[in-house]
Design a binder for this molecule. Structure first.
Ligand code: AGP
Length: 616
């Protein structure tokens, strides 16, 4: 996924573009660039590395102009080089374009253009799109904005794949043209100025009045106003939305990293996930956004949960919760697998897609595949205006606030909270008793205070983390609801510290994994005070017998027993099996965070990653 921001108005564009790129850097940060129109020419500056590298490079050669576009890249086609950084020129050198997405047929288009004499300086699909648009415009008799829009329409009809683009041309000062298919674009409405960005976090410091573009729409913006049309050339209706997010939400506050801020936001984010969704008198959850009557929910005979990465791990916990509390056959699938499988599904199969960003390409494709087959498909998203949220038949918003750190933290615990609400709702219209429902509600209402208790363990967990920071391999183990927690704890650690961490169902240890155990390989066991505590204890003993160091994540009341066998013990509050994953995963978020800090890794922008993968 990449970040795009464009500005047109009365102010100098450069500082606005650089500040917006900084807000978008979590979307991709291999390289960055800007293009502005100044005195009838387009000036482009682009650098490999971070926004700060670009800012320093520009500092020596400032660029002026009140119309500009900019881009921060997560490489899909072509290595991380200055030539491959965006913006990209067309053949004339008078048009510049930035792009988020993948042009799947770029190779054949490039060959065709090369046969016409076009020469390319990069390996990217984006430069091909730029030449395609420039060629159409240069063939036009007119040199007007309308002719450019026609040229963009013509070029986009030729491409397959996804795009969110912003285009400027030296002969059209004061104009930016945007278009989208499959990659988000949002228009910001200012006073005498307008913005175009891949997400609102880049522009909330300037305006909170926005228009979310839909697929196959083209927007023309200038200082005074904007028009939105469809790819076919028809007018397009739009709604102006007041963004809830504030500039403060997208800042780090007093925290050194977004990830640490977002770990500490989980009391509020879980509280907000529960707000208004618990019915004491009916001892159930109220989820109006599902857009399904109880009768329709009662007819559900099977549930499929799908997502990617951390969202998939949350889905795994949801599978346990729905099967336990509602007794409905449930399975979770990687979105990237689900979309190609031919799962035997009936009309009574209900599909949930989970996605914090609401833009993950594989998850969006899974949603569309499910709907194509006529299944009711519901979204559990954080980004309210995201493509997945808008294309779902209904769903439940996470209300977790912006999650900027690439490593998912609060979005995971919000997803698990919401899946617990869904399990409660489905259970209470089946066999779950009113007293069971009331007990679950009481446990959910007690959850934020327990999260607060886990947050107070930060220093203790940091000390344990530092002791194991030099490990090259780390094993995470858990049973039942905590097997996905082991997977998630391993993912957190590997993605921000680059340690080869892996997660397993505890009992799997003896079926091969234990071959990895030695004095240098720590094992982390999530071993709460549940029916399988002693089974976990046996597995810990198996590791200890082979000299492997063990960290136990236990619950209060079992500290003494765990301390007899573990090298280090972290005790989290006791909670029902379906809520322990939330508390244990927060402890493991701190664990991963402090190891990454100890190793001086870039916690918020880990190498090779991006916050949301909007390409397949
Ligand atoms: C997890 O820490 C990663 N950031 C990644 O696995 C992420 O969960 C995955 O890409 C799904 O993103 P989404 O929730 O925005 O769809």
């Amino acid at each position: 996924m990449c970040g795009i921001i464009g500005y047109v108005g009365r102010s100098q564009a450069l500082p606005i573009l650089l500040e917006g790129l900084k807000r978008l850097e979590y979307r991709g940060y291999d390289s960055a660039g800007v293009a502005t129109i100044e005195e009838g020419c387009i000036t482009v500056r682009k650098e490999v590395g971070r926004i700060e590298d670009l800012r320093r490079a520009i500092g020596q050669h400032p660029v002026g102009g009140t119309t500009g576009i900019s881009h921060t890249r997560w490489a899909t086609h072509g290595k991380v080089t200055q030539e491959n950084a965006h913006p990209h020129f067309d053949r004339s050198g008078k048009m510049a374009l930035v792009h988020n997405g993948v042009i799947e047929n770029y190779a054949s288009l490039r060959t065709q253009l090369e046969e016409e004499g076009h020469q390319f300086v990069s390996q990217t699909d984006t430069e091909v799109l730029s030449h395609l648009i420039g060629r159409a415009f240069d063939r036009s008799a007119e040199r007007t904005t309308s002719a450019m829009v026609t040229a963009i329409r013509e070029a986009l009809q030729l491409v397959s794949g996804t795009y969110g683009i912003a285009v400027i041309h030296a002969e059209l000062p004061g104009v930016i043209i945007g278009a989208r298919r499959g990659s988000p674009l949002v228009l910001g409405i200012g006073k005498g100025e307008h913005f175009l960005a891949s997400d609102v976090s880049a522009i909330v410091g300037h305006t909170r009045d926005v228009v979310y573009l839909n697929d196959y729409e083209i927007v023309v913006l200038n200082g005074e106003g904007f028009t939105i049309t469809t790819l076919e050339g028809n007018g397009a209706d739009y709604n102006v939305t007041k963004v809830e997010m504030t500039d403060e939400d997208v800042g780090k506050g007093d925290y050194p990293h977004y990830m640490l801020k977002e770990i500490h936001e989980q009391v509020r984010s879980v509280t907000d996930a529960l707000r208004g969704r618990l019915s004491h008198e009916e001892a159930t959850a109220k989820l109006g956004g599902l857009n399904m009557t109880n009768a329709a929910l009662r007819s559900v005979e099977r549930v499929i949960l799908t997502g990617c990465g951390t969202a998939f791990h949350a889905a795994m916990i949801g599978e346990y919760a729905i099967e336990t509390l509602a007794q409905i056959p449930t399975e979770c699938e990687f979105a990237s697998e689900f979309r190609y499988r031919n799962l035997p599904m009936t009309k009574d199969t209900l599909v949930f897609v989970l996605s914090q960003s609401g833009e993950t390409a594989d998850t969006l494709a899974a949603l569309r595949e499910s709907k194509r087959k006529g299944h009711r498909t519901l979204g559990i998203c954080n980004n309210v205006a995201s493509t997945i949220a808008r294309e779902s038949d209904g769903g439940v918003y996470m209300h977790a606030g912006p999650e900027i750190g690439v490593a998912a933290t609060k979005s995971f615990t919000s997803q698990v909270t919401i899946l617990t609400l869904i399990a409660l709702l489905l259970g209470r219209i089946r066999n779950l008793s009113s007293s069971d429902g009331s007990r679950i509600i009481a446990e959910l209402e007690a959850l934020p205070a327990k999260i607060e208790q886990v947050l107070t363990l930060e220093a203790e967990i940091a000390a344990v983390a530092r002791r194991y920071a030099q490990a090259k391999v780390m094993l995470f183990m858990g049973r039942q609801y905590n097997y996905p927690v082991a997977l998630e704890g391993a993912l957190k650690l590997k993605e921000i510290s680059y340690i080869a961490a892996s997660g397993y169902a505890s009992a799997e240890l003896k079926h091969g994994v234990i071959a990895l155990v030695n004095e240098e390989t720590p094992s982390i066991f999530i071993a709460p005070n549940d029916a399988l505590f002693h089974k976990n204890l046996s597995n810990i003993e198996e590791v200890k017998a082979r000299g492997g160091p063990v960290i136990g994540i236990g619950t209060q009341g079992k500290g003494a027993e765990l301390s007899l066998v573990c090298d280090d013990v972290i005790l989290i509050p006791d909670a029902p099996e379906y809520l322990t994953p939330i508390l244990a995963s927060i402890a493991l978020q701190f664990f991963a965070y402090y190891i990454a800090v100890e190793l001086e890794c870039d916690v918020d922008k880990p190498r090779n990653l991006a916050k949301s993968v909007t390409v397949e």
